[in-house]
Design a protein around this ligand. Structure first.
Ligand SMILES: *[C@@H]1O[C@H](CO)[C@@H](O)[C@H](O)[C@H]1NC(C)=O
Ligand SMILES: *[C@@H]1O[C@H](CO)[C@@H](O)[C@H](O)[C@H]1NC(C)=O
Length: 726
């Protein structure tokens, strides 16, 4: 009985995004569809549409392509490309007379933005999307459907802002290709002297200034595509694909299928406050949009910047550079669902190893120093030296992502052929050369750094930096043992004896040497020792860190902060406090399309994926208590009263995919049958082990299990057995 009920429950609750169980006969509004009659006044809050390769903002005149930057060093920024779809649909005056209604909606099930116009004589809709399966394509479709009985021709205007020019690229016209317009050019300034200036080729279906429904037509449909690529062969091939897909009616369906698949493998839904539901869906949608297609070898993935691909031109949204925001803030929520996309992030870092080596040398140290701000080469591209010089915790943030990947997948190939071990060992060498022995304190110090809290610089022993350094050294030793690599002794020595500042009297972690309790801080810093770093400490110390720092954290600071505090309070079982902190994040959500701004007053970077990543982690790791550990995925679910159910579908662990449901005092898990995994043969046999009772429950594909809501872990049935090809 229970099992059947449960299967039904999972099916109803998790089966399809919008099929939330409801007690009334009214159909609740689909939380995946963001609709408005009125566009936000600030165009920065129009919805960004991206697919990991191309990104633009609805109606915007410019778009960007992953990895295409213009400008040298600190000037390097995403190259603006003109977007032929910068077109707004309108009616001519005659049609406007007939009771006009507008509506704009972003359907996050499908990634399609639609503007609909309705009068007595016509329904017109303009749909825009960045293709999810074929990432080199952008699409616009227009549909006119005659209403009533009139036989008049009906004309709509297509007001275009497009000019085939850019400040970053000198475009040249090429002869039309199969009736489509074609321009190409390359950026004007390479990231490093003598470096490559990437080429961009754009082919697009010309868009006429108006479209007309003829007197004998009940309806008509038009399709326009834009293909963008790095060479003539490639752009023509992509345009050909688009024409072929259009001819056989598969352009939109292939896009829809790709989004459907993506959501099916990574769903986060709850029954609770609508605003929270919508916010979570928005965060997942924009974050998924920033990552590559599941169908592509992600060889050219250019990393994720704080504002994503839609933003980041010269002087904006951190120039489109890649920061720790990617590895620490966005990656964990994506990596929990898609090892393949997690690996794309790691591979991006591997491709920048030469630059990282150069950065370390320039600073006078050994090994690798990942840039505070990264573009393509891995050389430092931060416009201000101090961050690149001092905000060195980035190195440990990068290695932590590799470490979690290994624990979640046991995919050693990432570390061997994938060169991940070079990253880990290079960073370990850097730390060893970067520390100073303190004869007085008999431990290692890291002097002259800027902590994550950027209100301070030139400080000694930032507690976050030293802790992340310690953990990355320990991981280097662990990985070396796995790969039978002779680890230098210093790695372990430094890890063992690096200073982790601690105030014995007040039982808390000072942010750095000499930090006075009560000093103002910019953002989550020391509280991150608990999560994501997982530094062991007593609940008392954890509480003190949370309380002391919460009181002095700048309310105007960046959006990701409160999520980290929320995770901390959830660890301590303070569910209400956590909920209160999450409410603070709503101030950063701007307008109907759930676009985040970096600061709560709407300023700063937009489509602020970093903040979304922090918010998602508060739920994905906070409410579930998920912790990625060496031999297990630990959990400790705890949800507030106003959330009656929390459903997470597609959690990936050791080659398996699991669906989770936390409902009242119970937890349900089902292991999916036949989960496929890129490059790996068989998934590991898993079990649930409950903490208090020690109860072991095997997880058998397709067979749901349920247990009371308490802490435990998912681990291999036979821990000694490696299920993965080494
Ligand atoms: C979100 O919704 C809940 C419940 O309806 C409400 O109490 C809360 O104030 C809302 N939060 C914001 C920021 O609007
Ligand atoms: C950092 O340590 C160095 C070396 O011990 C010392 O000279 C310097 O004053 C310290 N800086 C701060 C801000 O305490």
């Amino acid at each position: 009985m229970r099992l059947i009920q449960y299967v039904m429950l999972l099916f109803v609750f998790c089966g399809r995004g919008h099929a939330l169980p409801t007690m009334t006969n009214e159909t609740p509004a689909d939380p995946y569809i963001f609709t408005t009659d009125l566009l936000p006044l600030d165009p920065r809050f129009l919805p960004p549409l991206a697919n990991g390769l191309l990104g633009w903002r609805v109606y915007g005149g410019i778009m960007h392509m992953g990895g295409v930057y213009n400008g040298e060093g600190g000037d390097c920024h995403r190259a603006n490309l003109p977007c032929p779809l910068a077109v707004r649909m309108d009616l001519d005056e005659v049609e406007k007379a007939g009771r006009l209604q507008h509506s704009y909606s972003l359907d996050t099930h499908t990634g399609i933005f639609t503007h609909s116009l309705r009068t007595v004589s016509v329904i017109a809709s303009q749909s825009l999307y960045t293709h999810r399966h074929h990432p080199n394509l952008l699409v616009m479709e227009v549909l006119l459907v005659r209403q009533g009985t009139s036989q008049e021709p009906i004309t709509i205007k297509m007001d275009s802002r497009f000019t085939p020019q850019s400040d970053d690229i000198v475009f040249h016209s090429e002869p039309d290709y199969k009736g489509a317009s074609y321009i190409q050019g390359h950026t004007t300034m390479a990231e490093v002297p003598g470096g490559i200036c990437p080429s961009v080729h754009i082919i697009w279906t010309p868009i006429t200034p108006s479209l007309t429904l003829l007197p004998d037509q009940a309806q008509s449909r038009w399709g326009f595509v834009v293909a963008v690529a790095g060479s003539q062969d490639s752009v023509q091939a992509h345009y050909d694909t688009a024409l072929e897909l259009m001819a056989n009616g598969n352009l939109r369906p292939s896009h829809l299928r790709a989004w459907e698949e993506l959501w099916a493998g990574s769903t986060l839904e709850l029954t609770g406050p609508d605003n929270l539901s919508r916010a979570l869906i928005g965060c997942m949608f924009y974050l998924l949009s920033a990552f590559p297609s599941l169908h592509e070898a992600p060889g050219h993935f250019g990393g994720v910047s704080p504002g994503g691909l839609s933003n980041g031109g010269s002087g904006q949204d951190y120039w489109g550079h890649v920061f720790w925001d990617q590895d620490t803030w966005m990656y964990p929520s994506i990596g929990l669902f898609y090892p393949q996309l997690a690996r794309a992030v790691l591979e991006y870092r591997v491709r920048t190893v030469d630059g990282a080596k150069d950065n370390a040398e320039k600073q006078g140290y050994k090994g690798l120093k990942f840039p505070w701000e990264s573009a393509v080469s891995g050389r430092e591209v931060c416009p201000e030296d101090i961050y690149g010089q001092q905000e060195i915790h980035i190195n440990g943030d990068v290695t932590l992502a590799f470490q979690h990947y290994l624990y979640l997948t046991e995919d050693m190939s990432m570390f061997t052929e994938g060169r991940g071990s070079e990253v880990i060992w290079g960073v370990a060498d850097y730390w060893v050369s970067r520390v100073t022995w303190s004869a007085e304190e008999q431990n290692y110090h890291i002097l002259g750094v800027m902590p994550p809290d950027e209100y301070y610089y030139n400080v000694n022993n930032s507690v976050y930096t030293n802790t992340v350094a310690k953990f990355s050294l320990e991981f280097a030793v662990e990985l070396a043992a796995l790969l039978k690599y002779p680890a230098p002794q210093e790695w372990q020595q430094v890890a063992d004896k690096i200073k982790i500042p601690f105030d014995q009297k007040q039982k808390y972690h000072p942010e750095y040497d000499g930090y006075k309790k009560g000093q103002f801080v910019k953002q989550a810093d020391t509280v991150m020792l608990g999560y994501p770093l997982g530094l062991p400490m007593t609940p008392e110390v954890r509480r003190n860190d949370l309380e002391f720092y919460e009181a002095v954290t700048d309310p105007g600071g960046p959006a990701m902060t409160w999520g980290m505090f929320a995770v901390g309070w959830l660890e301590l079982g303070e569910v209400e406090k956590a909920g209160h902190l999450l409410q603070k994040c709503f101030k950063n959500i701007q307008g109907p399309f759930q676009v985040w701004s970096e600061s709560s007053d709407g300023s700063g970077a937009v489509n602020f994926l970093t903040g979304m990543g922090g918010f998602l982690q508060a739920v994905l790791f906070g409410y579930t208590g998920f912790r990625v550990q060496k031999d297990c995925l630990a959990f400790a679910p705890s949800i507030p009263e106003d959330i009656t159910q929390l459903c997470i579908r597609g959690v990936s662990y050791l080659g398996n995919k699991m669906d989770w449901l936390v409902r009242g005092q119970e937890v349900y898990i089902i292991l999916r049958e036949g989960a496929k995994h890129a490059g790996n043969t068989k998934p590991c046999a898993l079990q649930v082990v409950l903490k208090n009772s020690g109860t072991k429950i095997p997880l058998i594909p397709g067979k749901p299990v349920t247990f009371p809501r308490e802490s435990g872990m998912i681990c291999k049935v036979d821990r000694a057995l490696s299920c993965w090809p080494m």
